[in-house]
Design a protein around this ligand. Structure first.
Ligand code: NAP
Length: 258
């Protein structure tokens, strides 16, 4: 079904674990060439790269702290130097940074949350655009930018997550402008918007809290990173979604219905 992903060059930011790593494995199974990224190499990097290659893909790791614009540009340049171009960019790096109620938000925290969730996606997209445009022209099909939004971008976020929720809502919104002004370059923009997914993101929650959250989800449990992965394949595949752009796909077990 996703056979046109074979050989595609896919850069996934924030992908040394969690949702990004599961997506990387899904792309590798379809023969894609995948760039992993994190601030630092994980302790099991060689094992992960071997597993991606054994699954049928090519893989390389690029260290970069994407809270900084220069690092975003460098990451894209390094990926292009390694793979010769970009066909798919996945803006996945993101997170809470910490939970802070309104009264405890200062300038440094404001910058940290927005740099991680907004600046990273904006600057990686900006740097990747010429390469995506070139990919679309050379292949005669669309290239794809997939950003990772959040249920929090719809609801406003949980306790202490107001800036995080707002930064994801910003991503949900800015994509509309990108669609309006970059579709002529044959680039599609879509968002995967997870609900509550069992990753390190929720490491601060005890069993009781997890139980309470699960009870509020119609499907009765957290999602898994692997359950997010097919949505990335769908949006990346021109054959499957060549006429789909500007959309937000919510994957949340029914926890929120826009
Ligand atoms: P995760 O398991 O915590 O993984 C985060 C990844 O991002 C790691 O590879 C981490 O590696 C990397 N990273 C963190 N800061 C970075 C930076 N400044 N520059 C580059 N890479 C960085 O997270 P996840 O739960 O998979 O979340 C992935 C995306 O889904 C995020 O955008 C998150 O907001 C979104 N999301 C998650 C959930 C959920 O329930 N899990 C729900 C909605 C949305 P290093 O630590 O080495 O940098």
């Amino acid at each position: 079904m996703f056979n046109d992903l074979r050989g595609k060059r896919v850069l996934i930011t924030g992908s040394t674990m969690g949702i990004g790593l599961a997506a990387a494995h899904a792309f590798a199974r379809y023969g894609a060439r995948v760039g992993l990224n994190g601030r630092r190499a994980p302790h099991d990097l060689d094992t992960q790269l071997d597993a991606l290659r054994a699954a049928g893909g090519e893989a390389a790791f690029f260290a970069a702290d994407l809270s900084h614009s220069e690092a975003c540009k460098q990451l894209v340049a390094d990926f292009v130097r390694h793979f010769g171009g970009i066909d798919v960019l996945i803006n996945n790096a993101g997170g809470l940074v910490a939970r802070r109620p309104l009264a405890e938000i200062d300038d440094a925290f404001f910058d940290a949350v927005n740099d991680l969730n907004m600046r990273s996606a904006l600057m990686c997209t900006q740097a990747a655009l010429p390469h995506l445009k070139a990919s679309a022209a050379a292949r005669g099909e669309t290239a794809s930018v997939i950003s990772v939004g959040s249920i929090a971008g719809h609801t406003g976020g949980g306790p202490g997550a107001s800036l995080y929720g707002a930064s994801k809502a910003w991503l949900h919104n800015i994509q509309k402008n990108w669609v309006d002004y970059h579709t002529t370059d044959r680039i599609r923009f879509n968002i995967v918007s997870p609900g509550t997914v069992d990753t390190a993101f929720h490491a601060d929650k005890n069993a009781e809290t997890r139980q309470r959250i699960s009870a509020a989800i119609p499907l009765g449990r957290f999602g898994t990173p692997e359950e997010m992965a097919p949505a990335f394949l769908f949006f990346a595949s021109h054959a499957c979604s060549g006429y789909v752009t500007g959309q937000i796909l919510d994957i949340n077990g029914g926890q929120f219905m826009p």
